[in-house]
Design a binder for this molecule. Structure first.
Ligand code: NIG
Ligand code: FE
Length: 388
């Protein structure tokens, strides 16, 4: 089956060679892009949809999210707004609620957040464990996450939970917990930070994950400029995430590597922290991704458009850089070559905005602009179910 999308006011391909095409059309053939170009040259197709001048982009790729949990931490947010700082310790309260939740509850919570992501234009998302922190609940978490996305990350090393010695917990994470989770996950992650795990502990966790067939990514330099970014580059991690506190050497290391700097401005917004140095990274030549980091503690938002608006307003990324980071940058952070750009042969994951251009994502912050979505060539409904 082929579908011709026509009436595209602006097609922002995110491909360096194709760039942006005005008055464009695009043909979806089954799950892939079969053709794109100027509308006047479009080939015939089985069916056609006129998008009435809307802007079309690749679907957003949210390469960092924590979506398997129960409970919320609204009171912690309220305390932060009166001046209390964010610390890693709050994670433990979500762990208690997550352990007590049934599989069905966790599944419904995840489905609700996945629907929110879709409504905000996300066609691929990554999902971490990390609120179980025992073998049974970590395994439940990665299993449930794998029902919704292929990009599942084992984050047993989120913090040391209550009731177990640090060394014993590290042995558990690198041994039985990893063994129970590896078959459901593609990635291994560690929260390398004051109050969580130091650089040598983090290296041990990631190396154990790599030995089990997983690929590394790291929560790096969120609260302090420690050695986590250097570790990410040392291990050729797909991504160093947060990068809120960077030294000049960290920027140079990222720019000279294949490790993407994934920036999470919804966290800086929700923790009232300084924003990362996106300009320094981009000007040095690093690849930057934007992701939501949706989680109940440091930032409970599923809005990639708001992340883009913050990147433009607060981090001085241009709208084009921010949209690239939220699409092609996210794809690189997941080492995916089939998504994040619109070119012939790529997966037909795309969105149409209720706007003539992508600048409106920053110009109209907080406004739901995603009008239509196709995922692997199929149109997807964007509404939220009231039963969840
Ligand atoms: O990415 N930094 C570690 N993990 C999450 C927050 C976890 C939490 O506070 O529940 C983050 O910000
Ligand atoms: Fe995170």
């Amino acid at each position: 089956m082929s579908l011709l999308l026509t009436g595209i006011g602006l097609l922002a391909t995110q491909d360096p060679e194709l760039g942006e095409i005005v008055d464009a059309a695009l043909v979806i053939e089954d799950a892939r892009i079969g053709w794109l170009g100027r509308a006047g040259q479009a080939p015939a197709a089985d069916t056609a949809v006129d998008l009435g001048g809307r802007c079309v982009l690749p679907g957003f790729v949210d390469s960092h999210a924590h979506l398997v949990f129960a409970g919320d931490r609204a009171a912690e947010f309220a305390a932060r707004m009166t001046g209390r700082p964010y610390t890693a310790g709050g994670i433990r309260s979500t762990v208690a609620a997550t352990r007590a939740a049934s599989d069905e509850r966790l599944r419904l919570n995840l489905a609700r957040l996945a629907a929110e992501l879709r409504a905000a234009g996300v066609t691929t998302f990554e999902c971490k464990s990390g609120y179980g922190l025992d073998v049974e609940t970590e395994q439940r978490s990665v299993r449930i996450a794998a029902e919704q996305t292929p990009e599942v990350t084992f984050l047993g090393a989120h913090v040391v939970p209550a009731g177990i010695e640090r060394a014993d917990y590290l042995d558990l994470v690198c041994g039985p917990m990893l063994a129970a989770c590896a078959e459901h996950a593609r990635w291994v992650d560690v929260f390398c930070e004051r109050g969580a795990f130091d650089v040598s502990e983090s290296r041990a966790v990631l190396q154990a994950g790599i030995a089990a067939g997983l690929r590394p990514r790291i929560h790096a330099n969120q609260l302090t400029a420690g050695g986590a970014v250097a570790l990410a580059v040392e291990l050729d991690a797909a991504s160093a995430d947060h990068c809120t506190h960077l030294s000049p050497a960290d920027i140079d290391a990222l720019a000279g590597s294949d490790t993407v700097a994934t920036l999470l401005p919804l966290v800086e917004f929700s923790t009232r922290s300084p924003y990362p140095d996106a300009r320094g990274l981009l000007d040095a030549g690093a690849t930057v991704a934007l992701a939501t980091d949706c989680n109940p503690g440091s930032g409970f938002s599923t809005s990639m458009p708001l992340a883009i608006a913050l990147a433009v307003r607060e981090m001085r990324m241009t709208p084009a850089e921010a949209v690239y980071a939220a699409t092609a940058g996210g794809a690189k952070a997941l080492r995916r070559t089939d998504i994040g750009r619109l070119t012939v042969g790529m997966r037909a994951d795309l969105i149409a905005l209720d706007a003539p251009g992508y600048l409106h994502l920053a110009y109209r912050p907080g406004v739901p602009l995603v009008a239509r979505m196709w995922q692997a060539g199929q149109e997807v409904a964007l509404g939220l179910s009231p039963t969840q």
